[in-house]
Design a protein around this ligand. Structure first.
Ligand code: KG4
Ligand code: ZN
Length: 330
């Protein structure tokens, strides 16, 4: 990797507790050209020396996808180079191999858990471009559950890192939260979020000693005692981790893979990395995860997927449209 430049929009969206599409696309329009120039100067590579131009073509917000794809297509046409439309989820899925493989045929078969803000899925990977869906969430994604529960608790956005921080030192067994659909290969996290919502008034009621705490009964976000907050965050985080670990291991066993990979923003979570790594070691599976900076959305993983695809003989047509619902696998 010669350069990787990121313009984070977290600060611009934080006060809304989620992404506002119009703000996101306007910022892309402002920052993408600046990032291109920065990357070119850090890498000391002129645009005419670039072998190919790639962008995410989906899934995602149409107005944001359009900006990146239009820029990459324009550069590809202008410099007479190939254009590659990359599936965002393939970027995540391949990221655990970043830096350790150089050719498309070095992507070893694996069971891949992708856990991000928009998706939670288990995929059978036979090699580049050979993906079969095992299971996916039927409602909220794991990261979305982190974000929504953090919002109820009055913590910042994105919720995952906030909950992880507050969970440190907390007791993951203090609150009994549901592990939904244990026998299914699909996931469901909205019941867990609802369980936290219903638990909160009960917790606050139990500590109801002042008028302020009385009032908290009917108000969100809830103000919890620090120890209770730590236990609740730890219990919630553990409920998510239990489900992710159990289903990933079950899939690896069922489909006979010896390698398990994990990617997506939620895979930044140290406790998930540790527990999934331990479960894999216990079951005799090799385990690969991406470096934390490669887990949350970034352009390097898209470039990496594009470089493997380019070597594998794949290219996209510049007339290829973005697709907000682009599927990774059937
Ligand atoms: O992959 P990503 O950057 O964007 C999407 O493609 O959605 O994932 C973002 C998600 C957010 O929901 C965020 O709360 C979650 O990843 N996340 C985490 C952690 N860091 C980010 N969840 C749990 N623990 C973390 N440390
Ligand atoms: Zn993502």
């Amino acid at each position: 990797m010669l350069a990787s430049e990121v313009a984070s929009q977290i600060a611009a969206h934080e006060k809304y507790g989620g992404i506002v599409p119009e703000i996101a696309s306007r910022n892309h329009l402002v920052y993408a050209p600046r990032l291109l120039n920065q990357a070119s100067s850090v890498a000391n590579i002129g645009f005419s020396e670039v072998d190919a131009f790639a962008a995410t073509s989906g899934p995602g917000l149409a107005s944001s996808l359009m900006i990146g794809a239009s820029i990459a297509k324009g550069l590809a046409i202008g410099f007479g180079k190939p254009y590659l439309a990359i599936n965002h989820l393939e970027g995540h899925l391949l990221s655990p191999f970043f830096g350790s493989v150089e050719k498309e045929n070095q992507i070893r078969p694996n069971v891949s858990l992708i856990a991000s803000g928009g998706h939670t899925m288990l995929v059978r990977v036979q090699g580049l471009d050979d993906y079969k869906l095992i299971g996916r969430t039927v409602d909220d994604a794991a990261g979305e559950a982190f974000d929504k529960v953090a919002k109820i608790l009055g913590l910042g956005y994105p919720g995952g890192p906030e909950i992880e921080k507050h969970a440190r030192g907390g007791d993951p067994n203090r609150f009994d939260l549901p592990r939904s659909m244990p026998e299914s290969e699909n996931f469901s996290f909205s019941g867990l979020k609802t369980a936290v919502r219903y638990l909160l008034p009960k917790i606050v009621g139990r500590f109801c000693e002042t008028p302020d705490q009385e009032r908290a009964l009917t108000q969100t976000p809830y103000k919890l005692d620090n120890y209770v907050l730590a236990d609740l965050c730890a219990s919630f985080q553990q409920a998510i981790i239990d489900v992710l670990v159990r289903k990933t291991i079950a899939a690896a066993q069922k489909y006979g893979f010896d390698l398990v990979t994990v990617s997506g923003g939620v895979s930044c979570n140290q406790e998930l990395r540790k527990q999934l790594g331990e479960a894999c070691a216990h079951e005799g599976f090799e385990f690969k995860n991406a470096e934390p900076w490669l887990c949350t959305d970034n352009a390097a993983m898209i470039a990496f997927a594009a470089s493997l695809r380019l070597q594998g003989g794949f290219q996209s047509d510049v007339t290829e449209e973005i697709d907000p619902n682009l599927a990774l696998a059937k």
